[in-house]
Design a binder for this molecule. Structure first.
Ligand SMILES: *[C@@H]1O[C@H](CO)[C@@H](O)[C@H](O)[C@H]1NC(C)=O
Ligand SMILES: *[C@@H]1O[C@H](CO)[C@@H](O)[C@H](O)[C@H]1NC(C)=O
Ligand SMILES: *[C@@H]1O[C@H](CO)[C@@H](O)[C@H](O)[C@H]1NC(C)=O
Length: 321
């Protein structure tokens, strides 16, 4: 049963996640130089990762159980943090943290976006798109949050970008509807995966993992256009990050190689040039990444692997360049 579920997640899932860490974490005499962090469990398949600002913490979520684990950049071992199934979260995919330390988790096949308070571990909200009870009807994969607190969510099955408005997050009601924000039928189509809000706060860049494409959505007009990458392939783009208009795109497909594409975006974000790859012998089919200062924290999901290499890990690699 779990294997069958896993197969379908592996076919469809993958996302990316991250959190920009502008302020370095205070150092409690720990070891910032740890390059491999250990995720508990032998069927965990950690997919999403988010770095909490102004703290030493980062989080990953299990695709197979929905459990959330917390790591410290100074400690080798992550610890169990939230039991997802208590809240109906059994399939944790992409995740990010807003400026008030709310953790948002894309709930995959549940069609639900979960929001937790990281200080109390309390479930704050479940935003449902209404398709979670039908088999293979939805797969909420990844998300990003703009500076105003609006949340944009991709779906790998439904050609839709969903959205949660910033004001909704402060409502007392736990269970709320997830707004169908932009229909990608006839443009990007299905396959939505990693997503970033550009630094000008005016665009979204969305990965289509199946087509190997990046698409741009203008937030004000919801206009959808394909990004011109100069005709060179980018593999299957899973997680995305952006900083200083450089886009980092994690390749999901092992047969193409284990690397993160580094793409210089031109003004307007309608085109970009691949300038280099980031790779490491520590990669085990990674799904997504988070910034930690001048490093990337890369989560080794082990996409599509039936007998995983244990333990599951998060690895630190320098951004370099
Ligand atoms: C859902 O997708 C999986 C994987 O593609 C497939 O094996 C399964 O039969 C599908 N289930 C339904 C009800 O369509
Ligand atoms: C996986 O974990 C279970 C439960 O802790 C344990 O019984 C089993 O031996 C482990 N399997 C492997 C391959 O480590
Ligand atoms: C990145 O790696 C891929 C796969 O090995 C390769 O095809 C591509 O040319 C590399 N890109 C750059 C800019 O080096």
């Amino acid at each position: 049963m779990i294997l069958q579920q896993l197969d379908s997640y592996f076919l469809l899932a993958l996302s990316i996640l991250s959190l920009v860490t502008a302020v370095p974490a205070p150092d409690p005499n720990g070891d910032r130089e740890i390059s491999v962090y250990i995720v508990p469990g032998n069927r965990t398949f950690p997919e999403g990762i988010a770095r909490q600002k102004n703290s030493p913490y980062f989080y990953v979520g299990s695709v197979t159980t929905g459990d959330i684990y917390r790591g410290s950049v100074y400690e080798k071992h992550l610890v169990h943090f939230i039991t997802g199934s208590t809240h109906g979260l059994t399939n944790a995919v992409g995740m990010k943290i807003d400026c008030e330390d709310r953790l948002y988790v894309a709930g995959g096949a549940s069609g639900t976006l979960f929001a937790f308070d990281l200080h109390t571990k309390k479930l704050l909200h479940r935003f449902s798109n209404g398709f979670g009870l039908d088999a293979n009807a939805t797969l909420l994969n990844d998300l990003d949050i703009d500076e105003a607190g609006n949340v944009y969510i991709t779906d790998s099955i439904r050609p839709t970008v969903f959205r949660v408005g910033a004001s909704e997050v402060n409502r007392p009601t736990v269970d709320l509807a997830l707004e169908k924000w932009t229909d990608l039928t006839g443009t990007m189509g299905p396959g939505g995966n990693g997503i970033v809000v550009t630094e000008d706060q005016r665009h979204l860049l969305v990965a289509n993992v199946y087509a190997g494409e990046i698409w741009r959505v203008v937030i004000s007009s919801r206009k959808v256009d394909k990004v011109d990458l100069g005709g060179t392939g980018i593999g299957g783009p899973d997680g995305l990050l952006i900083r200083d208009n450089i886009l980092y795109s994690v390749n999901a497909f092992q047969e193409i190689g284990q690397f993160i594409r580094v793409i210089e975006m031109r003004p307007g974000y309608l085109s970009g040039t691949q300038v280099r790859n980031i790779t490491s012998e520590l990669f085990e089919r990674p799904s997504t990444v988070a910034f930690d200062g001048n490093d990337l924290l890369v989560v080794n999901f082990q996409y599509g692997v039936v007998i995983p290499v244990l333990p599951f890990t998060v690895v630190r690699v320098p951004i370099g360049g």
